[in-house]
Structure formats: structure tokens, C-alpha cells
Design a protein around this ligand. Structure first.
Ligand SMILES: Nc1ncnc2c1ncn2[C@@H]1O[C@H](COP(=O)(O)OP(=O)(O)O)[C@@H](O)[C@H]1O
Ligand SMILES: O=C(CO)[C@@H](O)[C@H](O)COP(=O)(O)O
Length: 676
């Protein structure tokens, strides 16, 4: 008689993946739905999302995800999966996305007819007054950048970003649900009023399987800027801010629901819809669904000294650690299964896309072939330096606005003299050295920001002392297939045992969810996730070493390069101004004559320096120009608080004289701002 099986799902930006393992953690079935390919024409999404560039909004329709659930399960059924053997399922959702349920949701979820699809019953496509399961048809996505004003309010609410990070694990971020809920309530007051419950993407998916709105997960709740991590409860003044006053706190808490502490305790059994339609057993348990990043760290028995690097569209660096050392530069979250452990995370918007750009420049075409990139990267010397007397070549490569550091899009290249500490700006033009330098840049940023979490190690062969570094680095995600990236990763980050790749590295998140289901259903009293998975883990089958780690000489060279890299970032931020920095050293690019009525400025991003000067009695405006429209819209929200300014479509209307505009000197020609 065949044994029990467990399902894990990963609802991410572009795909829904589902996979099935047995009690021995071995992969049995997997299926995926690609949103662009399968539903692009129905929902109009590109790369899984819809955008409103005017306001920096990025969002996706939960209805599409419902379609995806039916399709993934159909795919697993076609492969011959006997759903009757599934004893438990869990899943993961891309973090920070928020779903707004209507008052009818629970009733609709409970009474689903197995002969019909989920979407036709939960989102019947009603226009005007909404009658389906959603109070709002869209879910703000993690790439959304529309909430700068709300983020400013969140950071200020507890005093400053440091304090907010100390309490909630992160400073305010555009994508986090607290600022998103605040914006939703003010932008769509009637939808907010009709919102009975608020889910994260993870608990949304759990709710569908459970047949009623599922609680938020103890790890995913720490990606909201609303949860007090140390005290394990909602932070009242932040809830009050999001809710719109003390008198509305109870209403918002009701919408958010309770947050169980145990990430392994079943919410209940699968809903009748799935037993009737797919043949799931009635006692199939729904184990709490968590965020995609917390779920990824469950794909293996990760030790506190190990690091995971997810090389997907974005790059995330993940560690599991007992130390809670919050800082505005990164995120700390509750561990999804184990109280007392935390997940440390760095999240970069520029990962695969930035590398692909250099690859294509090198190839001179869009073939997508990595061979030339790889051979160039590995044949270029470390930091492009042939001898120790030469300068190091360092760069920042951000085709999209970056989170770490918080700076708009651009590319910057410098020569760094490790001896003198001098940095010299060099041409912004592409050269083949960029193939190595971009990979070095991405890993130098990780090394810089993770150094306080790694410990001195012993050489496993000689027992000699080694400098602080990870014990192992595990690569997951699409880029984990690349041997050149793995090699440079080991050289820059070190790792005493080397760089490893999971057998199904591209699907680690769904695998982690499936393991969570195994643990939730099969654990003995008090047995931790690490204990259970550790005992059943077959190292030889599940991971393979893909590159060496610590390399004497290279590691020390990169220790010097990290110092130059840190300086370079500071210089770039000072020079161009990050979204939250005071811009200095700009160049006047256009002198405006004092307008008599409205002056409309079409440009990209405004910095805080502008605010200060706008508030001066003379009302002269020094406006820093960035590159993208998204930050523009965000900044404008703040600027329009001033009575002399108001917001028009794509523009800032200014009732007072604008004395001058300035932009970063080196980007003037690309910005094309103008006055009408
Ligand atoms: N051989 C390779 N070398 C480098 N990058 C690769 C390779 N194969 C895929 N990728 C990158 O992987 C990324 C997609 O990874 P994936 O984990 O599937 O993304 P996501 O989970 O964000 O949808 C793409 O940016 C692609 O460039
Ligand atoms: O915002 C974050 C983490 O904070 C992202 O990691 C999202 O969780 C999206 O993940 P993918 O869809 O790219 O896997």
C-alpha cells in the first residue's frame, strides 16, 4: 500500500507551482502554471502583473490565481496523482501582497460547487458594486512603489526608520502591507468599508483550500510593518495609523484576524470543493501557508551559519539565525516554524534582469545564451586587476530602481585604489569586464550587509582558523544553474564547505512548503522542523556541490573590495541622492522664469531637499530629477501637502515660481525634464 503524500504550492509573481513529496521528502510530482502564458490574454498581465505607472502601482488580480489553482491541480491529476493519498498540504505566497475579501467571501468559499471553476463562483466579474468574494479586484504586488507618503508616515510614527525596524523587523517599505492598507483605505474608502477580511497572498491561498478565511502566518505577518516581533502582537500605534484613528482600531484588527503562533498546527481539513472535484481525502489537513522567502529556507535543514541565495528575477539572501539584530538596511522576520529563530533577508529588485542586460550586450544579440558571459566572467581577473598595484574595477548595475541601497535606476563604475582608498569615476559605458564585475557587485553587496551574521570558522581539512564567513552557501532559483556565477559567489562570499545547489533549485520554495506539510502532519509532540527534516534528509540525493567556497587570496582581495564597494555606494547616494537623501551637487539644467500661473514640471523623482526649500517663505523650488516616473509619483504625494502645489496627471502643478531645476550631472541628457 502506497504511503502518504504531501503537497506544497508556491504562488509567486509569475507562476503557481505545485509539487508533491512522500514522507521520505522525495519529489513525486510537480506542475506549474505560467500567468503570462496561460492567462496573459484573459487578464492582460505581463510578467504576472498589471501596472499603473502614473502612480507607481503594480498589482495583480486574485481571480487569475484562482484560475491557476484549478489549472495546477488539473495538471497534477493528468500526471496520475492520486489526491486521496494527500494527507496534508501547505504553500507559500509572494510576500507583502494584500488581498481584500468582501463580506460574502466566507459564504461563497464554504458553498463552492465542485462542478464549476473557482473563479466563476468567487469572482463572477460583477461591474460597479462588487458582489463576489473580493472587496477590491486587485492585490497590490511586492513590486508596487506607490506608498512613499505612507512609508514616511510609518517611519515617523515610531520616531524613525531605526525604531520601526527594531519593532517590526523592517523600516517602512513601499510593498509592505501596513503602508499598503493605509493607502487602500484612503484611496478606496468604500472598498475598505466593504472589506470584511484582509489576507496576505499566502493566507489567501490557504483560505481557498480551507473553504474559509485562514489566519495570517506567524512569519509572513512580519512582512507588514504592523507586527511587534519582540512582543508577538500587533503594534497598536501602527495599527491606529493604518486604521485611521483609535476609534477604528478594532475594525482593522477584525479584518486582519488572529495570528496563531504555531506554524505547524493545522487550520482544519480541506474544503468539500476539493474532495468532490479532485478526490482529496476528507481528512487532508491544511497546514499554515507562509511567505515565499520563509518557505524557501524550509527546503533544507538550514543551519544558523548557512546562507541561501535565491537567484531569481530578484535576488534574495536568506539566513536562519537565533540573533535578532534589526537594521533599516535589511529585514528580520519570524522563522516560519521555529520560535526563537529569525529569518534574516536582503531583497534586491535588480538580480537576473541586470545580469541578462550585460549578457545581451556582450553577445550583441538577444539569444539568451550564457556561454560568452560565463567564459568572460571566469577569465577576467578578480575585480579586473591583473596585479596588486592596479586599481580594482567596481560597479553598480541597476536597470530598475533598487531597494538595497534605496536608489533610482542607473549604472555607475569606479576604479578603486585599495592602498589609498581613492575612488575614481570611470566611463559608464559597457565593457566586457562588466560580466565579472556585475556578479562581483551583487555578491559584494551581500557580503557587506551580512558580515555581522557570520562567524569565524575552522578549515574542515586542516582545522586552522578562518575569517568570518558562511559555513555553506546554497544557491536556488533560475540563476543557480550557472557555474560561473556559483564560482564567483564562492570567491566573494567564501563558505568553508563550498557552494551548493538544491536538486530542484528552481522550485525550492514549493519544496519548502511541501516539507512544512510533512512536518505539520507527521511531527511528534515537541519535534522541531529542523529535527524532523534533518533526520529524513538525504544529503547525497538532495544537494550537490557546484563550486568551491573560501579561496585564500581571493577572499582577502574581496575583503578590500568590500571597503571600496561601501564607499562607492555612499558616493553614489551622495552624488545622485537616494529617494530619502538630501541631494547635493546637482547641476542646474534649466532656469525657469517666474510663471504667472501654473508651472508644470514633468520629471522623475523629487528628493527631500526639495521639500525643505519648498517650505521656505520665498517658495523657490530646488527639484532633484531622477530617472523614473514611479518615484516621481511617490514624491509628489508628499510634495502636494504644500498648498502651493497640487498633483496633475504625470506632472506637478506649481503655483509659485520655480527658480531652478537640477539633476545629477552625469544623467542630464537621459532625463529630459522640461517646463511647460
Ligand atoms: N543558466 C543561467 N544562468 C544565469 N541565469 C539564469 C540561467 N537560467 C535562468 N537564469 C535566470 O533565472 C531568472 C529566473 O529565475 P526564477 O527563479 O525562475 O525566477 P522567479 O522565481 O523570479 O520567477 C531569470 O532572470 C534568468 O535570467
Ligand atoms: O518582496 C519580496 C521579498 O521581500 C520578494 O521576494 C517577493 O516575495 C517576490 O518573490 P518572487 O515572486 O520573485 O519569487
Amino acid at each position: 500500500m502506497a504511503g502518504p503524500l504531501y503537497l506544497g504550492f508556491d504562488l509567486s509573481t509569475q507562476q503557481l507551482k505545485g509539487l508533491c513529496v512522500n514522507s521520505g521528502l522525495e519529489l513525486q510530482y510537480e506542475a506549474k502554471v505560467d500567468f503570462d502564458q496561460d492567462f496573459g490574454s484573459k487578464y492582460g498581465v505581463q510578467k504576472g502583473v498589471l501596472i499603473n505607472p502614473d502612480e507607481g502601482e503594480v498589482f495583480a488580480p486574485p481571480a487569475m490565481w484562482l484560475d491557476a489553482v484549478n489549472l495546477v491541480l488539473d495538471g497534477l491529476k493528468e500526471q496520475g496523482l492520486d489526491f486521496g493519498r494527500i494527507k496534508g498540504l501547505s504553500g507559500a505566497g509572494m510576500q507583502h501582497g494584500t488581498v481584500f475579501w468582501s463580506a460574502d467571501a466566507e459564504n461563497l468559499l464554504d458553498k463552492l460547487d465542485a462542478s464549476k471553476s473557482l473563479v466563476e463562483q468567487l469572482e463572477p466579474g460583477s461591474k460597479g458594486e462588487r458582489r463576489g468574494a473580493f472587496a477590491h479586484p486587485m492585490s497590490p504586488n511586492w513590486q508596487d512603489a506607490s506608498t512613499q507618503q505612507q512609508c514616511d508616515e510609518f517611519d515617523a510614527n515610531l520616531g524613525n526608520p531605526e525604531r520601526l525596524a527594531a519593532v517590526t523587523g523592517s523600516k517602512a517599505h513601499h510593498r509592505f502591507s501596513g503602508p499598503q492598507i493605509l493607502r487602500y483605505r484612503t484611496k478606496y474608502p468604500s472598498h475598505y468599508a466593504h472589506t470584511a477580511r484582509i489576507s496576505l497572498v499566502s493566507s489567501f491561498l490557504a483560505s481557498v483550500f480551507l473553504g474559509k478565511v485562514a489566519p495570517l502566518d506567524i512569519s509572513d505577518v512580519t512582512g507588514m510593518n504592523l507586527w511587534d516581533i519582540n512582543n508577538g502582537k500587533w503594534e497598536e500605534s501602527l495599527i491606529e495609523l493604518a486604521a485611521g484613528g483609535k476609534e477604528h482600531v478594532a475594525e482593522l484588527l477584525e479584518k486582519l484576524g488572529n495570528v496563531p503562533e504555531d506554524g505547524g498546527a493545522a487550520f482544519g481539513f480541506i474544503s468539500k470543493y476539493f474532495t468532490d472535484r479532485y478526490g482529496f481525502a476528507k481528512d487532508c489537513q491544511i497546514i499554515p501557508f507562509t511567505g515565499d522567502n520563509p518557505s524557501t529556507i524550509l527546503a533544507l535543514p538550514l543551519r544558523p551559519s548557512d546562507a541561501m541565495v535565491s537567484l531569481g528575477t530578484s535576488t534574495t539572501f536568506l539566513m536562519s539565525t537565533p540573533q535578532y539584530k534589526p537594521d533599516p538596511a535589511y529585514h528580520f522576520m519570524n522563522h516560519p516554524t521555529t520560535p526563537g529563530l529569525y529569518m534574516f533577508m536582503l531583497c534586491y529588485k535588480n538580480g537576473g534582469l541586470a545580469r541578462e542586460q550585460i549578457r545581451d550586450q556582450l553577445n550583441g544579440d538577444k539569444s539568451g545564451d550564457w556561454n560568452k558571459f560565463n567564459s568572460t566572467a571566469t577569465s577576467t581577473p578578480e575585480v579586473s586587476r591583473k596585479s596588486k598595484d592596479e586599481d580594482m574595477r567596481l560597479g553598480l548595475y541597476f536597470p530598475r530602481p533598487e531597494i538595497v541601497p534605496n536608489v533610482h535606476a542607473g549604472q555607475w563604475r569606479y576604479n578603486y585604489n585599495a592602498e589609498s582608498g581613492n575612488l575614481t569615476k570611470i566611463s559608464t559605458d559597457f565593457t566586457p569586464d562588466d560580466a565579472r564585475n556585475i556578479v562581483e557587485s551583487q555578491f559584494l553587496s551581500l557580503r557587506l550587509r551580512s558580515h555581522s551574521l557570520v562567524q569565524p570558522e575552522k578549515d574542515p581539512h586542516t582545522g586552522t582558523d578562518l575569517p568570518p564567513q558562511p559555513r555553506r552557501v546554497y544557491l536556488v532559483g533560475g540563476g543557480s544553474a550557472n557555474p560561473a556565477i556559483a564560482k564567483i559567489c564562492g570567491e566573494v562570499l567564501g563558505s568553508v564547505e563550498g557552494v551548493f545547489k538544491l536538486d530542484i533549485g528552481g522550485n525550492a520554495c514549493a519544496l519548502g512548503s511541501a516539507y512544512k506539510a510533512v512536518w505539520g502532519c507527521e511531527r511528534k509532540k515537541g519535534e522541531t522542523f529542523e529535527d524532523l527534516i534533518g533526520q529524513r534528509w538525504d544529503e547525497s540525493k538532495f544537494v550537490k556541490k557546484v563550486a568551491d567556497g573560501y579561496t585564500k587570496g581571493a577572499f582577502e582581495t574581496y575583503a578590500q573590495a568590500v571597503k571600496g564597494f561601501e564607499k562607492m555606494e555612499q558616493l553614489v547616494l551622495k552624488d545622485v541622492g537616494g529617494p530619502d537623501d538630501t541631494a547635493t551637487g546637482g547641476t542646474i539644467i534649466q532656469q525657469a522664469t517666474a510663471p504667472t500661473a501654473f508651472t508644470t514640471i514633468t520629471c522623475a523623482s523629487f528628493h527631500h531637499s526639495a521639500l525643505t526649500e519648498l517650505h521656505s517663505p520665498a517658495l523657490s523650488a530646488t527639484v532633484s530629477i531622477g530617472q523614473y516616473l514611479h518615484p516621481l509619483r511617490i514624491r509628489l504625494c508628499t510634495l502636494v501637502r504644500h498648498p502651493s502645489f497640487f498633483l496633475g496627471s504625470h506632472s506637478l502643478a506649481c503655483l509659485s515660481p520655480v527658480t531652478h531645476l537640477r539633476s545629477e550631472s552625469d544623467q542630464t541628457n537621459r532625463l529630459e525634464p522640461y517646463l511647460h
